[in-house]
Design a protein around this ligand. Structure first.
Ligand SMILES: [Zn+2]
Length: 358
């Protein structure tokens, strides 16, 4: 019986090495290892052998079986690789092609598109994009931006605070979700001496929710610090930016306002792009500008010397350098530009809305 087993083994070995396709390999597998194969029936017959021969025959049969199995899978792998390469080379099938019909390609969300447009315009003016943490310390979000203790924005009705017990380690300062992108101003000035020209996009958080407010929204702001910067530079920069966003014929105006971290502070408007001159007669009143001819876009001002005081040791001597900062909501820009009435629709992920842009 041992001879017979050896014979089956060498026969199988020859056939395997002569096999040309994976289909042949499969046939050989059935022939030598299948339920009706010679080897299988030999194994069944071992039970009837005298005890003295059982062990040796069983061992030999199992060994040959294992050898055949390993030769089969080795040869199969080699043949399969060759067949795949041949099939691709012969143009048979390219598994990297999309199915038919091709699925429509998605597009970026309107917020991303608007953010990138603003970044592009500012980078074109020589600014670099800077980012900062969304979970922020009170120091950067309020204190270093000249918000006194008890400022309304610090109240829990307006700001999301992180419960102290939920932090991995105790901090001396209060931790909150940043309410504006402005904390990056101080962080950037800490890490870079003037001149500094940055544009800062990002998510911000406030306890507010209605058709024009969302608890999470996006802001972008610009900060320019160098010697001899004036309010005229601010106006020129805003004019360039808003013409890039709303069209080359736009004008801008600035109105006095108040922010804790700029002095003087302004709000800035862009001339209405839906009507030519903001016709004030009730019947012809423009819905976008309400007949005023101007649309409010954001806030700005000259950096308050108090703010420079927090980074004075890094070259920000308030007697020597000046700067301006401006900020606006990215959603607001997108809504104005595309006539979207409800801010929440931008976040709903409805492809009928998102698919219109990009
Ligand atoms: Zn108008």
């Amino acid at each position: 019986m041992l001879d017979e087993i050896q014979k089956i083994g060498s026969e199988a070995e020859q056939k395997i090495s002569a096999a040309k396709t994976t289909a042949e390999i499969e046939e050989i597998r059935v022939e030598y290892l299948g339920r009706r194969s010679q080897l299988t029936s030999l194994l069944r017959g071992i039970a009837e052998l005298p005890d003295a021969e059982k062990a040796a025959a069983g061992k030999a049969a199992n060994q040959v079986r294992a050898e055949i199995e390993s030769l089969l899978s080795e040869r199969e792998t080699a043949l399969a690789d060759g067949e795949m390469a041949e099939s691709i080379a012969g143009g048979g099938i390219d598994i990297s092609l999309p199915g038919a019909p091709a699925l429509p390609i998605g597009n970026l969300n309107l917020i991303t598109l608007t953010r990138r447009r603003i970044e592009d315009l500012m980078v074109g003016l020589g600014y670099r994009v800077a980012e900062g943490p969304e979970i922020e310390l009170d120091f950067y979000n309020f204190t270093a931006l000249n918000h006194p203790e008890g400022h309304p924005a610090r109240m829990v009705q307006d700001t999301f605070y992180v419960a102290p017990g939920s932090l991995a380690r105790a901090l001396d300062d209060e931790v909150l979700l940043r309410t504006h992108t402005s904390p990056v101003q101080v962080r950037a000035m800490e890490s870079q001496s003037p001149p500094l020209f940055i544009v800062v996009p990002g998510k911000v958080y406030r306890r507010d929710s209605d058709a024009t407010h969302s608890p999470m929204f996006h802001q972008v702001e610009g900060l320019a610090v160098a010697e001899g910067i004036t309010l005229a530079d601010l106006k020129g920069t805003l004019l360039e930016l808003l013409r890039g966003l709303f069209g080359p014929d736009r004008e801008i105006r600035m109105r006095p306002h108040f922010f804790p971290f700029t002095e003087p502070s302004v709000e800035f408007d862009v001339s209405c792009f839906a009507c030519s001159e903001g016709v004030t007669e009730e019947s012809q009143r423009c819905g976008l500008c309400k007949g005023i001819g101007w649309i409010e876009v954001g806030g700005a001002g000259m950096v308050d010397p108090e703010v420079f005081g927090f980074v004075e040791s890094n070259g920000y001597d308030p007697e020597r350098i000046q700067g301006f900062a401006f900020g606006m909501g990215i959603e607001r820009i997108a809504m104005l530009k595309h006539g979207i009435g409800d801010l929440r629709r931008i976040f709903e992920g409805d492809v009928r809305l998102i698919g219109q842009f990009g």
